[in-house]
Design a protein around this ligand. Structure first.
Ligand code: COI
Length: 357
């Protein structure tokens, strides 16, 4: 691993009480280039732009995938990653589906730990604070033939993240647009999946909604995901989430919620959620909660569902009554080392990792 430290660090200008998520970047980034059939050396370098041609295949044909993960700082300034092996496995699953080369553990986990260690000062501390980390792989060959690229870059950039608290949102149940199709790339964290979601989301916003609940492409009768997240429904005291499939992303937060619900002894079913059952439950009062889960916001609680021209309101539950917020607290307490970690999910980032690699 090559470590090139920034000679002009910006950390002294970083105000953890006043920053903008997503466009404040830490001082360093990881890069690793692939050509001639193999990955080169992993480098930690100062964050900044890279020289690429508009003929780069990644931007022309969308051979690109990414991950979202976080690092947390506890009260004693210890730094933890959360289930990073899941993101490592998933980026390689996405890469394989997009005909891109898989990265090694040394590149992904080695680069990740070195980056988080070198920029540990950038990780804001306190309620809801974290460092959002974005590993990605994209095709870099300068070529316009529509075929598999011969060159790639693996990179990791990171941005400090604030409180996960979000206002309850209204979501429209999609009756036309789809996020994923049978035989498609829905289970990959493909950059193009996000590009394809923006237009339908914009239309839903024009109708007064914040996000879309994506339904299956064939019939629009079953829930699949919500916004950029996995979706959960609670009818009476039973939690339901759809099984992962070639159309549904295997979310790390989704899996953690399932395990935490089981640990609490809550009833949780992993089975298809029919739109008609949710609507019926809303009408007869048994629909208690619908929420989305993802790395970025952890939980997004829905206050209303849009369906067939109607806005169907959901009950307002207190933090204690809400399964979504109870499980979110269980999860965040583990992530931030406030609670025991019976699942072994936390991974400590040792100081001076580079000296040991
Ligand atoms: C996440 O919740 O981690 C996401 O996938 C959202 C991201 C696209 C900002």
């Amino acid at each position: 691993m090559i470590i090139q430290k920034s000679t002009n660090p910006r950390i002294s200008t970083f105000d953890s009480n006043n920053f903008s998520f997503g466009n404040t970047f830490i001082d360093h980034m990881v890069i690793c280039e692939y050509e001639n059939g193999k990955w080169g050396e992993v480098k930690v370098v100062p964050y900044g732009p890279l020289p690429f041609s508009p003929a780069m295949m990644g931007v022309n044909y969308g051979q690109a995938c990414f991950e979202g993960m976080k690092a947390y700082k506890d009260e004693d300034d210890q730094v933890f990653l959360f289930r990073p092996e899941k993101n490592f496995a998933r980026i390689n699953k996405s890469a394989a589906r997009l005909a891109m080369p898989e990265v090694t553990e040394e590149i992904f986990l080695g680069g990740l730990k070195a980056l988080v260690d070198i920029d540990r000062e950038w990780i804001p501390k306190g309620e809801g604070m974290s460092l959002y980390i974005r590993p990605l792989i994209f095709a870099t060959e300068e070529a316009l033939k529509a075929r598999i690229s011969n060159k790639y870059m693996f990179a990791i950039v990171a941005t400090p993240a604030k409180s996960y608290y979000t206002e309850p949102v209204s979501v429209k149940i999609s009756d036309f647009y789809s996020r994923a199709a049978s035989g498609g790339v829905g289970s990959a964290k493909a950059a193009g999946n996000y590009a394809a979601s923006f237009y339908p989301t914009q239309l839903a916003m024009e109708e007064g909604y914040d996000q879309i609940i994506w339904t299956d492409d064939a019939t629009h009768k079953y829930f699949e995901e919500s916004g950029t997240m996995n979706v959960f429904v609670r009818i009476n005291d039973t939690i339901i989430t759809p099984p992962t499939s070639e159309k549904i992303l295997d979310g790390v937060t989704r899996d953690s919620f399932i395990q935490l619900a089981k640990k609490r002894g809550l009833e949780i079913k992993i089975e298809p959620i029919a739109v008609k059952d949710v609507i019926e439950a809303q009408k007869n009062g048994s629909l208690k909660e619908v929420w989305g889960v993802g790395t970025a916001v952890v939980t997004s609680v829905f206050q209303a569902l849009g369906y067939d021209g109607e806005k169907l309101e959901l009950p307002k539950l207190s933090n204690d009554e809400s399964f979504a917020l109870t499980l979110q607290k269980d999860l965040v307490d583990i992530q931030t080392n406030k609670a025991e970690d019976p699942f072994g999910w936390r991974v400590l980032v040792e100081k001076n990792v580079m000296e040991t690699v």
